[in-house]
Design a protein around this ligand. Structure first.
Ligand SMILES: *[C@@H]1O[C@H](CO)[C@@H](O)[C@H](O)[C@H]1NC(C)=O
Ligand SMILES: *[C@@H]1O[C@H](CO)[C@@H](O)[C@H](O)[C@H]1NC(C)=O
Ligand SMILES: *[C@@H]1O[C@H](CO)[C@@H](O)[C@H](O)[C@H]1NC(C)=O
Ligand SMILES: *[C@@H]1O[C@H](CO)[C@@H](O)[C@H](O)[C@H]1NC(C)=O
Length: 272
């Protein structure tokens, strides 16, 4: 039915190409890539393979699991936004959203009833109550270019991690922005230890605003929210939304402070 028109044909070819290169569960171009599914489940939603998911669905920390039983003794999960805006659009940057180590695979599968169907997954459990290096904070793409962000989750086998490796993860997580998974994992001697991955798409409805040279509008109390981003051991700090402003020096500034910022985001969303 669709072979007759060249445009349709090229679309078919494109789809075919996507299908054949979509073996990776991580986005095209992302490394380390993996072909193994990581199940990321938000209270009945399991967004996979780059599907679009509502921001509100992704607010609580997800459960994660694998379809086959893992045999390692310890795993870490990382989530990275690959598409945060910069002051020089269309250039983008990355942002680390989650880094939890010390997870252990369940020995039996759990049935997850999701919008993607029933999934039997071996959940990764925090049996040792290991504090996260970076506590999960959910997607919140601002109304800036790009409006669509790819949130990528990877599971890393840390069974043989060394103290130096753990320290390398902690140090790297001190700066959430510009997080380069391949570089960081290589530093931690985990470059070839990614065992599963996933990504989904959260899109701000827009329209995108263009950044003004001065941090105008909400900027009156901008310095009130300045955050140094030093790598404190617990690492629970960090921007809670991608609408935080980054200065040239990499300092994160929250317009009007964190609480006001949240209220403003809410107001903008309801106004749309
Ligand atoms: C764990 O599983 C992987 C792949 O399934 C295999 O290569 C590895 O040898 C296994 N390790 C152990 C300790 O059984
Ligand atoms: C999932 O659905 C099945 C029936 O389809 C039900 O027996 C089971 O209790 C449900 N599990 C959860 C966790 O809701
Ligand atoms: C693991 O346990 C710590 C300490 O209780 C908690 O802060 C963290 O949120 C837990 N992480 C997960 C993924 O359950
Ligand atoms: C994400 O989804 C939006 C539609 O909501 C689409 O326009 C955009 O191209 C998608 N982005 C990616 C990177 O797949």
């Amino acid at each position: 039915m669709s072979y007759q028109m060249p445009t349709m044909l090229s679309k078919c070819v494109t789809v075919l190409m996507v299908a054949t290169t979509a073996l990776a569960r991580t986005p095209n171009g992302f490394s380390p890539a993996t072909n193994t599914d990581l199940i990321v489940e938000y209270r009945g939603f399991a967004p996979q393979n780059g599907v679009v998911v509502a921001r509100d669905t992704t607010v609580p920390e997800p459960r994660i699991g694998t379809l086959t039983r893992l045999n390692g003794t310890s795993y870490a999960v990382l989530m990275i936004d690959l598409d945060i805006p910069t002051d020089n659009p269309p250039a983008t940057n990355t942002l680390l959203h989650w880094m939890q180590t010390g997870l252990t695979p369940a020995s039996t599968a759990t049935q997850l009833n999701t919008t993607m169907g029933t999934i039997r997954a071996f959940l990764l459990e925090n049996g040792t109550n290991t504090a996260p290096i970076v506590a999960y904070f959910g997607p919140n793409p601002p109304a800036r270019v790009p409006l669509s962000h790819r949130y990528t989750q990877i599971l890393v086998d840390t069974s043989d991690i060394t103290d130096e490796g753990t320290q390398a993860l902690r140090t790297a997580a001190g700066a959430l922005r510009g997080f380069n998974a391949q570089q960081v994992l290589t530093q931690a001697n985990l470059g070839d230890k990614v065992v599963a991955g996933n990504f989904y798409n959260v899109t701000n409805p827009g329209p995108a605003t263009t950044p003004s040279p001065t941090t105008s509008g909400s900027g009156s109390a901008a310095t009130g929210g300045t955050q140094s981003g030093t790598g404190s051991g617990a690492g629970t700090g960090g921007p809670s939304t991608e609408s935080d402003v980054v200065t040239a020096g990499g300092v994160v500034m929250r317009p009007g402070g964190a609480l006001v910022g949240v209220v403003m985001v809410g107001a903008v969303m309801f106004a749309l």
